[in-house]
Ligand binder design. Structure first.
Ligand SMILES: CC(C)(COP(=O)(O)OP(=O)(O)OC[C@H]1O[C@@H](n2cnc3c(N)ncnc32)[C@H](O)[C@@H]1OP(=O)(O)O)[C@@H](O)C(=O)NCCC(=O)NCCS
Length: 183
């Protein structure tokens, strides 16, 4: 890792941008996430199609128009070029199991962008935006084996409040802010 990639470099002067996802961002997501390693702890681990990401981005645009929040495209700023690194943000929980009615945080980065503190820094920015919209008690649903994602939640101050079984059979921890809400 170069000094310019060090996590601390993200603090104070954002080296990323969160933007409302465009169709081009969906193209980038499809390429970044066409990777079993990235998808290992998500749902049943299946890779999603290009069309799936286009629909997903459209849903996020609609959500942002209604609420001001969504899973934003995370753009990594670099001296020579900006690159879509993944997504980070908030959305209502959409699955038929789990915490119906809650707002969940989500984060997903391409492999090349992991390990540089980006997810945590971007999630902090999203938490600030959520708080400004009156949302103080988001949750994060994390496969208990997903150590990197658990580490992000913990760095944000979240703790495991509960565990549930996903339809896929995975054991999923419900992370949240214990002083702010009960699950
Ligand atoms: C989870 C994810 C978003 C984290 O992104 P990131 O930008 O690398 O996260 P950060 O750099 O901000 O923080 C990651 C932390 O996890 C730690 N970590 C990474 N791999 C780890 C492992 N195998 N065991 C323990 N800790 C681990 C890192 O050391 C870091 O903590 P530190 O800053 O205290 O050193 C990224 O790994 C990812 O996109 N994974 C695939 C998709 C996914 O699983 N999304 C979450 C679904 S709930």
């Amino acid at each position: 890792m170069s000094a310019s990639d060090a996590p601390s470099a993200l603090e104070g002067s954002p080296r990323f941008e969160l933007r409302i996802p465009s169709p081009a961002d969906a193209d980038a997501w499809f390429q970044l996430f066409d990777d079993p390693e990235v998808m290992r702890y998500i749902g049943d681990g299946r890779i999603q199609s290009h069309e799936w990401y286009q629909d997903f981005a459209l849903r996020q645009r609609v959500l942002e128009a209604k609420s001001g929040l969504c899973l934003f495209a995370l753009v990594r700023r670099r001296p020579n070029r900006d690159t879509v690194a993944g997504f980070v943000g908030l959305q209502p929980w959409t699955q038929p199991w789990g915490p119906t009615g809650r707002i969940e945080m989500g984060w997903r980065l391409g492999l090349a962008h992991q390990g540089a503190g980006l997810a945590t820094a971007a999630a902090r920015e999203c938490l600030a935006r959520a708080a400004a919209s009156g949302i103080h008690d988001p949750i994060a649903m994390i496969d208990v084996q997903n150590r990197a994602s658990v580490a992000v939640a913990q760095k944000l101050g979240m703790v495991a409040l509960d565990e549930v079984d996903a339809l896929s059979g995975a054991r999923v921890a419900v992370f949240g802010f214990p002083s702010r809400a009960e699950v």
